[in-house]
Design a protein. Structure first.
Length: 251
């Protein structure tokens, strides 16, 4: 498979050989405006935040959806990536450790990985869960493991979509801003920035994408026209009325 446009971590697999006849056209994530959630056949990401246990040491200044303590300050954004027909959920973590200067942006690709990070910054999920959409103690495992619906997979095949990445403003910009900016980036790069190489190594990602583009969503060629006339078949193959006939003897 030959990839045109953008740059991503699995491009290196092209060095092992390419099928020039199979082409995947990809856009730049940063330059693509994306499609609003109502314009695609994929379920929107309804979870805007994590429901975390409040830090009572901060009294009334505590927050139950972000970490803000002596370990640092971190915001969280649930995201979904569809890659070659398979749903992958993650939670983007953005913030800064108290003892470090650099600002971090990192994705947890499993509930256990997310729990480990929360524990490392002296946080965790709340025992109370007062919303059905946001991620909390009683639904985080299910959300990561959700395979997606048959209707979503059918839409991906019908529309020829290979990659779909949820995007939009995080909940720390306010609920209305988060809700109104939810969108999907279709067939773009940007997976390297999400750490998707932890989910699928470069060669495996390229193979899956190659099989998806060349097999699952491959467009059928032009229909073959059946020629009914024997005369037309004969002429098409370069024969004429004297072909296969024994010439008459000359006196």
């Amino acid at each position: 498979m030959r990839i045109i446009g953008g740059h991503d971590y699995y491009d290196s697999a092209q060095a092992f050989g390419q099928d020039k006849e199979r082409v995947f056209v990809r856009k730049s994530f940063d330059k693509d405006e994306g499609l609003l959630v109502g314009e695609v056949g994929l379920k929107p990401v309804d979870a805007s935040r994590l429901l975390l246990a409040p830090d009572h040491r901060l009294y009334r200044y505590h927050s139950d959806d972000k970490v803000k303590n002596r370990k640092g300050r971190f915001d969280f954004r649930p995201m979904v990536v569809w890659f070659a027909g398979v749903r992958h959920a993650c939670v983007m973590v953005e913030g800064k450790h108290a003892d470090q200067d650099g600002y971090m942006k990192w994705c947890a690709w499993s509930a256990d990985e997310l729990r480990e990070f929360l524990a490392s910054v002296e946080s965790g999920f709340s025992d109370n869960h007062w919303t059905r959409t946001d991620l909390g103690k009683d639904n985080v495992d299910e959300w990561f493991a959700e395979p997606g619906t048959d209707a979503e997979k059918e839409w991906l095949v019908t529309k020829g979509v290979s990659i779909a990445i949820s995007d939009g403003l995080g909940s720390h910009h306010g609920h209305q801003a988060w809700y109104s900016t939810r969108r999907w980036k279709i067939d773009t790069d940007g997976l390297k920035d999400l750490g998707f190489q932890c989910v699928l190594p470069p060669w495996e990602a390229f193979q899956r994408l190659d099989m998806w583009v060349g097999g699952i969503i491959a467009r059928p060629g032009r229909p073959t026209v059946e020629i009914a006339s024997d005369v037309v078949r004969r002429d098409k193959h370069g024969f004429d009325g004297m072909s296969f006939k024994k010439p008459k003897s000359q006196d």
